[in-house]
Design a protein around this ligand. Sequence first.
Ligand code: ZN
Ligand code: ZN
Length: 214
Amino acid sequence: MKVTDNILLLNGAGMDSNVYCVDGELLVDTGTGTFVEQTLEQMDRFDVEIGDIKKIVLSHEHFDHTGAAKQFKEKTDAEVLAHKEAELTEDRTLSAAFDSDFEPPEVDRRLEENDVVKTKNYSFKVLHVPGHSPGSIILWDDDRGVLISGDLLFTDGFGRTDIPGGDEEAIKKSLRRVKKFDNISVLLPGHGTPASNDNIYDDGAIENILSQIQ
Ligand SMILES: [Zn+2]
Ligand SMILES: [Zn+2]
């Protein structure tokens, strides 16, 4: 599904996270690995060349986002990027809870606060937003008002903290940072429906969710 002219939402089936494809060159999150073929088919349908994917950014450790990273890395030869505190171990990815033999990808580049991830049309700043997990990041393009929010913030709620690595005080602090953005026009969460002020998804979802942050 096309969310904006240059951003596709792929997958999001079953336990999988949403997978975003930006400008045909960046994937954000990968799903568990169960639906890799379907994700590739969707890319093909939107004329994305798998070989053009240069970067795979992992929004955080959890297996529902990182499970397929190794497979996508092998298929694309893309660099895998994750926050420096995102440890892809069994207890941090919670892979055992998914009853799966997780093979973590090699992380090629470790991200820090204020790093920039660029594509043809976007320039995303990396913000470290712990709380749902220690290595959670969001990607924020301030000029375009595009926020890729991982599991920090959804269009209908906030990330869980009642899991290993979760920290309620930390997520509150992280959410308050997002609440200060006054120009979010596209919200691309790690699960569920995106929201956009420019198209059919506009139902006040962005304003509504920001207003719930305390
Ligand atoms: Zn998730
Ligand atoms: Zn998560």
